[in-house]
Design a protein around this ligand. Sequence first.
Ligand code: BMA
Length: 319
Amino acid sequence: MNGSKFTNLGVNLFKRCPSNPILTTFDLHYPANAIFNAAAAQVGGETVLLSRVEDLRGISHFNVCRSKNGVSGWATDPQPTLMPDRQGHPEENWGIEDPRVTWLEELGVWAVVYTAYSRRGPQVSLATTTDFRAYERMGSVLPPEDKNAALFPRRFKGDWLILHRPVSSGQDPAIWLSSSPDLKHWSEHTVLMETRRGAWWDAVRIGPCPPPLETRQGWLICYHGVRSTAAGAIYRLGLALLDLDDPWKVIRRSEDWVMGPQEPYERVGDVGNVVFSCGWILDEEMDALRLYYGAADTCMCLATARLSDVLDYLLACPE
Ligand code: BMA
């Protein structure tokens, strides 16, 4: 179904890797139910996927998977890399999920923002690492129900910025933007983008996906949108562009989704009809964008696009 004759559509931007899924539980050295929704980082000559692994109790932890080419030959940690810490961090009671990593040049660390599944619902936690082996927890930073948080790599007017998706009563669930002087205390909570209601693919819920990418044209955002149907929810991915100096301003938002479940591994799994991304890697020199995504809450997949095509597409979207 790829390769439509309509070339200017968002759904043609990303090409699925022919060897999808690129990572499954068969790549792990211990039994697990699923490996999905991994954060992605380029560390030296290696692609690192900090993957969410769901164990056979249903509780998630993280496993670091490394590959030279980012596609195959994955070396996965023989043991879980980061386990929920139920004693020290009771908010991690039911596991840690969906990490996003951002390199913070100013601090010389990777910030890992993840969902801590607490007894009161999902909340946002933060940890830092320099090597993806040892992690320093900062603990919970946003209360339940909140998840899908992603950090910007640098400060704006002295503050760090985070995208997140709190659950609020009332209409039009939204992606929010909040700021902090120290990564720990967040305030100035502002709505950035709302759901589009009715029949739209992103009518029911939207949330940040991988961390924002800085481009000359603005901050490139990938977000997930949910539509509920008689057969259940469908999770798809869309794009937006935020003003470079003023990321509170959305300058473009794709009307079409750019990735939706279509292949069997995206249609069928623990949660069918889900594509969900927590990480992407940009090679500016090669104009290559690698989007890593979880399929059907079961396995890890890869799709690639040219950054210039993505930006051309978005800039042609209505303001
Ligand atoms: C979202 C997140 C993801 C998951 C998706 C589909 O709310 O919790 O972890 O992939 O639902 O089940």
